[in-house]
Design a protein around this ligand. Structure first.
Ligand SMILES: Nc1ncnc2c1ncn2[C@@H]1O[C@H](COP(=O)(O)OP(=O)(O)O)[C@@H](O)[C@H]1O
Ligand SMILES: [Mg+2]
Length: 355
Protein backbone atom coordinates (compact mmCIF):
# COMPACT_ATOMS: atom_id res chain seq x y z
CA UNK A 1 0.00 0.00 0.00
CA UNK A 2 2.47 2.64 -1.23
CA UNK A 3 1.57 6.08 0.14
CA UNK A 4 -1.83 4.73 1.33
CA UNK A 5 -3.20 4.40 4.80
CA UNK A 6 -2.22 1.27 6.69
CA UNK A 7 -5.07 -1.19 7.22
CA UNK A 8 -5.90 -1.81 10.86
CA UNK A 9 -6.63 -5.45 11.60
CA UNK A 10 -8.81 -6.21 14.64
CA UNK A 11 -7.43 -9.52 15.83
CA UNK A 12 -9.81 -11.26 18.26
CA UNK A 13 -8.53 -14.27 20.21
CA UNK A 14 -8.79 -16.32 23.41
CA UNK A 15 -12.45 -16.92 24.20
CA UNK A 16 -14.53 -19.07 26.49
CA UNK A 17 -14.03 -22.31 24.60
CA UNK A 18 -11.89 -25.27 25.59
CA UNK A 19 -9.64 -24.29 22.68
CA UNK A 20 -8.62 -21.04 24.42
CA UNK A 21 -4.88 -21.79 24.51
CA UNK A 22 -4.82 -22.91 20.88
CA UNK A 23 -6.46 -19.64 19.92
CA UNK A 24 -3.72 -17.66 21.72
CA UNK A 25 -1.02 -19.61 19.86
CA UNK A 26 -2.84 -19.09 16.56
CA UNK A 27 -3.14 -15.35 17.23
CA UNK A 28 0.57 -15.07 18.07
CA UNK A 29 1.48 -16.53 14.68
CA UNK A 30 -0.92 -14.24 12.83
CA UNK A 31 0.22 -11.18 14.80
CA UNK A 32 3.85 -11.88 13.89
CA UNK A 33 2.91 -12.36 10.25
CA UNK A 34 1.20 -8.93 10.08
CA UNK A 35 4.22 -7.36 11.80
CA UNK A 36 6.72 -9.03 9.47
CA UNK A 37 9.10 -6.98 7.32
CA UNK A 38 6.95 -7.40 4.22
CA UNK A 39 3.61 -6.61 5.91
CA UNK A 40 4.36 -3.99 8.53
CA UNK A 41 4.21 -1.07 6.10
CA UNK A 42 0.71 -2.15 5.03
CA UNK A 43 -0.94 -3.29 8.26
CA UNK A 44 -1.29 -2.45 11.93
CA UNK A 45 -2.89 -4.82 14.41
CA UNK A 46 -5.28 -3.94 17.20
CA UNK A 47 -5.57 -6.91 19.53
CA UNK A 48 -8.74 -7.98 21.38
CA UNK A 49 -8.30 -10.75 23.92
CA UNK A 50 -11.35 -12.46 25.42
CA UNK A 51 -10.54 -14.25 28.66
CA UNK A 52 -11.91 -17.63 29.74
CA UNK A 53 -14.87 -15.96 31.47
CA UNK A 54 -15.84 -14.21 28.26
CA UNK A 55 -14.63 -10.70 29.26
CA UNK A 56 -13.05 -8.54 26.56
CA UNK A 57 -9.75 -6.90 27.46
CA UNK A 58 -8.43 -3.56 26.24
CA UNK A 59 -6.05 -3.58 23.30
CA UNK A 60 -2.91 -2.72 25.28
CA UNK A 61 -3.29 -5.67 27.62
CA UNK A 62 -4.34 -7.90 24.74
CA UNK A 63 -1.22 -7.05 22.77
CA UNK A 64 0.99 -7.82 25.75
CA UNK A 65 -0.31 -11.39 25.65
CA UNK A 66 0.58 -11.66 21.98
CA UNK A 67 4.13 -10.49 22.48
CA UNK A 68 4.54 -12.70 25.53
CA UNK A 69 5.01 -9.78 27.93
CA UNK A 70 2.25 -11.05 30.20
CA UNK A 71 0.72 -14.44 30.69
CA UNK A 72 -3.01 -14.57 30.05
CA UNK A 73 -3.71 -15.51 33.70
CA UNK A 74 -1.97 -12.38 35.04
CA UNK A 75 -4.22 -9.79 33.46
CA UNK A 76 -5.35 -7.24 36.02
CA UNK A 77 -9.06 -7.14 36.65
CA UNK A 78 -9.21 -3.38 35.82
CA UNK A 79 -8.28 -4.12 32.26
CA UNK A 80 -11.61 -5.83 31.70
CA UNK A 81 -14.30 -3.78 30.01
CA UNK A 82 -17.37 -2.97 32.02
CA UNK A 83 -19.98 -5.16 30.42
CA UNK A 84 -22.95 -3.61 32.21
CA UNK A 85 -22.79 -0.81 29.64
CA UNK A 86 -26.00 -0.77 27.68
CA UNK A 87 -24.19 -0.48 24.37
CA UNK A 88 -21.71 -3.32 24.64
CA UNK A 89 -19.86 -2.23 21.51
CA UNK A 90 -19.12 1.14 23.15
CA UNK A 91 -16.66 -0.69 25.34
CA UNK A 92 -14.67 -2.00 22.42
CA UNK A 93 -12.54 0.62 20.72
CA UNK A 94 -13.18 -0.65 17.25
CA UNK A 95 -13.71 2.57 15.31
CA UNK A 96 -10.27 2.50 13.69
CA UNK A 97 -10.43 -1.20 12.84
CA UNK A 98 -10.71 -1.73 9.07
CA UNK A 99 -10.98 -5.51 8.95
CA UNK A 100 -11.79 -8.02 11.70
CA UNK A 101 -9.80 -11.23 12.03
CA UNK A 102 -11.64 -13.44 14.53
CA UNK A 103 -9.39 -16.31 15.56
CA UNK A 104 -11.61 -17.90 18.19
CA UNK A 105 -12.14 -21.63 18.02
CA UNK A 106 -15.28 -23.50 19.10
CA UNK A 107 -17.99 -22.03 21.36
CA UNK A 108 -18.87 -18.35 20.69
CA UNK A 109 -16.22 -18.25 17.98
CA UNK A 110 -16.67 -20.78 15.25
CA UNK A 111 -20.43 -21.07 15.74
CA UNK A 112 -21.40 -17.72 14.21
CA UNK A 113 -21.79 -15.78 17.48
CA UNK A 114 -18.79 -13.53 16.95
CA UNK A 115 -19.75 -13.05 13.29
CA UNK A 116 -23.19 -11.86 14.37
CA UNK A 117 -21.72 -9.44 16.89
CA UNK A 118 -19.21 -8.05 14.39
CA UNK A 119 -21.94 -7.45 11.83
CA UNK A 120 -23.11 -4.56 14.02
CA UNK A 121 -19.75 -2.83 13.54
CA UNK A 122 -20.32 -2.71 9.77
CA UNK A 123 -16.75 -3.77 9.03
CA UNK A 124 -15.63 -6.70 6.88
CA UNK A 125 -14.15 -9.80 8.45
CA UNK A 126 -11.82 -12.65 7.57
CA UNK A 127 -13.74 -15.90 7.27
CA UNK A 128 -17.30 -16.78 6.44
CA UNK A 129 -20.59 -15.39 7.71
CA UNK A 130 -23.10 -16.43 10.33
CA UNK A 131 -24.80 -19.25 8.41
CA UNK A 132 -21.66 -21.07 7.31
CA UNK A 133 -20.14 -20.77 10.77
CA UNK A 134 -23.22 -22.01 12.59
CA UNK A 135 -23.82 -24.96 10.28
CA UNK A 136 -20.13 -25.82 10.06
CA UNK A 137 -20.06 -26.11 13.85
CA UNK A 138 -23.13 -28.32 14.02
CA UNK A 139 -22.28 -31.87 12.97
CA UNK A 140 -25.91 -32.98 12.58
CA UNK A 141 -26.94 -30.10 10.31
CA UNK A 142 -23.71 -30.33 8.36
CA UNK A 143 -24.17 -34.04 7.71
CA UNK A 144 -27.83 -33.62 6.78
CA UNK A 145 -26.89 -31.16 4.06
CA UNK A 146 -24.04 -33.36 2.82
CA UNK A 147 -26.45 -36.33 2.67
CA UNK A 148 -28.83 -34.36 0.51
CA UNK A 149 -26.00 -33.73 -1.91
CA UNK A 150 -25.02 -37.40 -1.76
CA UNK A 151 -21.49 -36.51 -0.70
CA UNK A 152 -19.70 -39.64 0.59
CA UNK A 153 -20.02 -39.99 4.36
CA UNK A 154 -19.84 -42.83 6.87
CA UNK A 155 -23.18 -44.34 7.98
CA UNK A 156 -24.68 -42.42 10.87
CA UNK A 157 -27.71 -41.96 13.11
CA UNK A 158 -29.00 -38.85 14.86
CA UNK A 159 -30.46 -38.44 18.34
CA UNK A 160 -32.28 -35.15 19.00
CA UNK A 161 -35.48 -33.72 20.47
CA UNK A 162 -35.65 -36.65 22.90
CA UNK A 163 -34.70 -37.14 26.53
CA UNK A 164 -31.73 -39.43 27.10
CA UNK A 165 -32.53 -39.53 30.83
CA UNK A 166 -35.66 -41.50 29.97
CA UNK A 167 -34.54 -45.15 30.15
CA UNK A 168 -37.02 -46.37 27.58
CA UNK A 169 -35.97 -43.72 25.07
CA UNK A 170 -32.32 -44.49 25.67
CA UNK A 171 -32.77 -48.25 25.27
CA UNK A 172 -34.77 -47.75 22.09
CA UNK A 173 -31.96 -45.67 20.64
CA UNK A 174 -29.33 -48.20 21.69
CA UNK A 175 -31.24 -51.03 19.96
CA UNK A 176 -31.56 -48.89 16.86
CA UNK A 177 -27.79 -48.26 16.86
CA UNK A 178 -27.03 -51.96 17.22
CA UNK A 179 -29.46 -52.86 14.45
CA UNK A 180 -28.27 -50.28 11.96
CA UNK A 181 -24.55 -49.69 12.54
CA UNK A 182 -21.50 -51.92 12.84
CA UNK A 183 -18.97 -51.63 15.67
CA UNK A 184 -16.72 -49.83 16.36
CA UNK A 185 -18.99 -46.83 16.71
CA UNK A 186 -18.16 -43.17 17.34
CA UNK A 187 -20.56 -41.24 19.59
CA UNK A 188 -20.27 -37.45 19.26
CA UNK A 189 -21.95 -34.32 20.61
CA UNK A 190 -23.33 -32.39 17.65
CA UNK A 191 -21.57 -29.20 18.78
CA UNK A 192 -18.10 -29.55 20.24
CA UNK A 193 -14.51 -29.51 19.04
CA UNK A 194 -11.06 -30.95 19.66
CA UNK A 195 -12.69 -34.41 20.02
CA UNK A 196 -14.16 -33.45 23.42
CA UNK A 197 -17.18 -35.56 24.40
CA UNK A 198 -16.44 -38.08 21.63
CA UNK A 199 -16.07 -41.79 22.45
CA UNK A 200 -15.03 -44.73 20.35
CA UNK A 201 -17.14 -47.70 21.39
CA UNK A 202 -16.04 -51.24 20.56
CA UNK A 203 -18.99 -53.17 21.98
CA UNK A 204 -22.56 -52.78 23.12
CA UNK A 205 -21.75 -52.61 26.84
CA UNK A 206 -20.04 -49.20 26.53
CA UNK A 207 -22.72 -47.49 24.42
CA UNK A 208 -24.82 -46.18 27.28
CA UNK A 209 -21.87 -44.41 28.95
CA UNK A 210 -20.71 -42.98 25.61
CA UNK A 211 -24.14 -41.50 24.96
CA UNK A 212 -24.12 -39.92 28.42
CA UNK A 213 -20.67 -38.40 27.82
CA UNK A 214 -21.85 -36.77 24.62
CA UNK A 215 -25.15 -35.67 26.23
CA UNK A 216 -23.21 -33.74 28.88
CA UNK A 217 -21.86 -31.46 26.15
CA UNK A 218 -24.81 -31.37 23.77
CA UNK A 219 -28.28 -32.89 23.89
CA UNK A 220 -28.11 -33.51 20.18
CA UNK A 221 -25.94 -36.54 19.45
CA UNK A 222 -24.45 -38.05 16.33
CA UNK A 223 -23.55 -41.74 16.19
CA UNK A 224 -21.29 -42.95 13.39
CA UNK A 225 -19.97 -46.23 12.10
CA UNK A 226 -16.22 -46.23 12.75
CA UNK A 227 -13.81 -47.15 9.98
CA UNK A 228 -10.06 -47.84 9.88
CA UNK A 229 -8.92 -44.62 8.29
CA UNK A 230 -6.13 -42.32 7.21
CA UNK A 231 -6.91 -38.65 7.95
CA UNK A 232 -6.54 -36.22 5.04
CA UNK A 233 -7.13 -32.47 5.14
CA UNK A 234 -7.51 -29.81 2.47
CA UNK A 235 -7.57 -26.02 2.94
CA UNK A 236 -9.64 -23.53 0.99
CA UNK A 237 -9.54 -19.75 0.60
CA UNK A 238 -11.62 -17.46 -1.58
CA UNK A 239 -15.07 -16.00 -2.00
CA UNK A 240 -17.27 -16.66 -5.01
CA UNK A 241 -14.32 -18.60 -6.36
CA UNK A 242 -12.72 -21.00 -3.88
CA UNK A 243 -9.12 -22.15 -4.20
CA UNK A 244 -7.89 -25.43 -2.75
CA UNK A 245 -4.46 -26.04 -1.30
CA UNK A 246 -2.36 -29.17 -1.62
CA UNK A 247 -3.80 -31.94 0.54
CA UNK A 248 -2.08 -33.15 3.70
CA UNK A 249 -2.18 -36.23 5.91
CA UNK A 250 -1.89 -36.27 9.68
CA UNK A 251 -0.72 -39.50 11.25
CA UNK A 252 -0.32 -40.41 14.90
CA UNK A 253 0.58 -43.35 17.11
CA UNK A 254 -2.69 -43.68 19.04
CA UNK A 255 -5.90 -45.45 18.00
CA UNK A 256 -7.78 -42.33 16.92
CA UNK A 257 -7.35 -38.54 16.86
CA UNK A 258 -8.62 -37.85 20.39
CA UNK A 259 -8.00 -34.71 22.47
CA UNK A 260 -4.57 -35.69 23.81
CA UNK A 261 -3.38 -36.87 20.42
CA UNK A 262 -4.44 -33.60 18.76
CA UNK A 263 -2.16 -31.55 20.96
CA UNK A 264 0.71 -34.02 20.91
CA UNK A 265 3.68 -32.62 19.07
CA UNK A 266 4.76 -36.08 17.88
CA UNK A 267 2.05 -36.18 15.20
CA UNK A 268 3.38 -36.43 11.70
CA UNK A 269 2.15 -34.21 8.91
CA UNK A 270 2.83 -35.19 5.30
CA UNK A 271 2.22 -32.66 2.52
CA UNK A 272 1.32 -33.50 -0.16
CA UNK A 273 -0.39 -36.59 1.21
CA UNK A 274 0.82 -39.73 -0.52
CA UNK A 275 -2.33 -40.76 -2.32
CA UNK A 276 -3.32 -41.47 -5.88
CA UNK A 277 -3.80 -38.33 -8.01
CA UNK A 278 -7.45 -39.27 -8.66
CA UNK A 279 -8.10 -39.28 -4.92
CA UNK A 280 -6.37 -35.92 -4.52
CA UNK A 281 -8.59 -34.52 -7.24
CA UNK A 282 -11.72 -35.99 -5.66
CA UNK A 283 -10.81 -34.51 -2.27
CA UNK A 284 -10.26 -31.05 -3.77
CA UNK A 285 -13.58 -31.20 -5.61
CA UNK A 286 -15.52 -32.32 -2.55
CA UNK A 287 -13.81 -29.59 -0.48
CA UNK A 288 -15.18 -26.92 -2.79
CA UNK A 289 -18.61 -28.51 -3.16
CA UNK A 290 -19.06 -28.99 0.57
CA UNK A 291 -17.99 -25.43 1.42
CA UNK A 292 -20.33 -24.01 -1.20
CA UNK A 293 -23.20 -26.13 0.12
CA UNK A 294 -22.78 -24.65 3.61
CA UNK A 295 -22.06 -21.09 2.38
CA UNK A 296 -18.54 -21.29 3.76
CA UNK A 297 -16.00 -18.90 2.24
CA UNK A 298 -13.00 -16.79 3.26
CA UNK A 299 -11.01 -19.64 4.73
CA UNK A 300 -11.65 -23.15 6.03
CA UNK A 301 -10.12 -26.58 6.46
CA UNK A 302 -12.03 -29.59 5.16
CA UNK A 303 -11.28 -32.95 6.83
CA UNK A 304 -11.63 -36.35 5.21
CA UNK A 305 -11.29 -40.03 6.06
CA UNK A 306 -9.63 -42.34 3.59
CA UNK A 307 -10.66 -45.89 4.43
CA UNK A 308 -7.53 -48.03 4.59
CA UNK A 309 -9.05 -51.23 3.23
CA UNK A 310 -10.98 -49.77 0.30
CA UNK A 311 -9.17 -46.47 -0.37
CA UNK A 312 -12.62 -44.83 -0.38
CA UNK A 313 -12.93 -41.15 0.49
CA UNK A 314 -15.42 -40.01 3.17
CA UNK A 315 -16.09 -36.38 4.00
CA UNK A 316 -15.79 -35.85 7.77
CA UNK A 317 -16.23 -32.16 8.62
CA UNK A 318 -15.39 -28.54 7.85
CA UNK A 319 -13.59 -26.26 10.31
CA UNK A 320 -14.45 -22.64 9.65
CA UNK A 321 -11.72 -21.10 11.84
CA UNK A 322 -8.79 -23.46 11.37
CA UNK A 323 -5.82 -23.46 13.72
CA UNK A 324 -3.03 -21.06 12.82
CA UNK A 325 -0.30 -22.19 15.21
CA UNK A 326 3.19 -22.90 13.93
CA UNK A 327 2.29 -26.62 13.87
CA UNK A 328 -1.18 -26.21 12.35
CA UNK A 329 -2.16 -27.89 9.13
CA UNK A 330 -3.86 -24.83 7.57
CA UNK A 331 -0.78 -22.56 7.24
CA UNK A 332 1.38 -25.58 6.39
CA UNK A 333 -0.91 -26.56 3.54
CA UNK A 334 -0.77 -23.05 2.08
CA UNK A 335 2.98 -22.85 2.50
CA UNK A 336 3.30 -26.04 0.46
CA UNK A 337 0.94 -24.48 -2.09
CA UNK A 338 3.09 -21.37 -2.56
CA UNK A 339 1.69 -18.91 0.02
CA UNK A 340 3.84 -18.40 3.08
CA UNK A 341 2.22 -17.18 6.30
CA UNK A 342 2.95 -13.49 5.57
CA UNK A 343 1.38 -13.76 2.11
CA UNK A 344 -1.48 -15.84 3.47
CA UNK A 345 -2.65 -13.33 6.10
CA UNK A 346 -2.40 -10.47 3.58
CA UNK A 347 -4.43 -12.48 1.07
CA UNK A 348 -7.11 -13.24 3.68
CA UNK A 349 -7.51 -9.53 4.40
CA UNK A 350 -7.66 -8.75 0.69
CA UNK A 351 -10.62 -11.13 0.24
CA UNK A 352 -12.42 -10.24 3.50
CA UNK A 353 -16.12 -9.42 3.19
CA UNK A 354 -18.98 -8.14 5.31
CA UNK A 355 -20.29 -10.89 7.60
N1 LIG B 1 -16.55 -42.53 11.72
C1 LIG B 1 -15.27 -42.50 12.13
N2 LIG B 1 -14.40 -43.48 11.77
C2 LIG B 1 -13.13 -43.46 12.21
N3 LIG B 1 -12.61 -42.50 12.99
C3 LIG B 1 -13.43 -41.49 13.38
C4 LIG B 1 -14.79 -41.44 12.96
N4 LIG B 1 -15.35 -40.33 13.48
C5 LIG B 1 -14.40 -39.74 14.21
N5 LIG B 1 -13.25 -40.41 14.16
C6 LIG B 1 -11.99 -40.05 14.86
O1 LIG B 1 -12.30 -39.06 15.82
C7 LIG B 1 -11.65 -37.81 15.50
C8 LIG B 1 -12.51 -36.64 15.90
O2 LIG B 1 -13.76 -36.69 15.23
P1 LIG B 1 -14.40 -35.40 14.56
O3 LIG B 1 -15.75 -35.78 14.09
O4 LIG B 1 -13.47 -34.87 13.54
O5 LIG B 1 -14.56 -34.42 15.80
P2 LIG B 1 -13.93 -32.96 16.13
O6 LIG B 1 -14.88 -31.98 15.53
O7 LIG B 1 -13.91 -32.90 17.61
O8 LIG B 1 -12.57 -32.91 15.47
C9 LIG B 1 -11.36 -37.92 14.01
O9 LIG B 1 -10.31 -37.09 13.62
C10 LIG B 1 -11.02 -39.42 13.89
O10 LIG B 1 -9.71 -39.72 14.38
MG1 LIG C 1 -12.14 -33.22 13.46
Amino acid sequence: MIGGKKKCIGLIFGGESNEHEVSISSAKTVFQAFNSEINKSRFTVKAFYINKSGDWLDSNSSEKILIGEIENENIKKQAVFIQEKINFLDGIEFQNVDVWFPLLHGFNGEDGSIHGLLRFTKKPLVGCGIIGSAIGMDKILMKTIFSNLKLPQVNYLVFQNEDLNNKEVKNRFISQIIRKLNFPIFVKPSNSGSSLGISKVNDQSKLSQALENAWEIDQRILVEEGLEVREIECAIIGNSELLTSEIGEVSYETDWYDYDTKYNLANKITIPARVDSKITQQIKEISIESCKALNIFGFARVDFFLEKSSNKVFLNEINTIPGFTKKSMFPMLWKASGLNIEQLVAKLVEISQDS
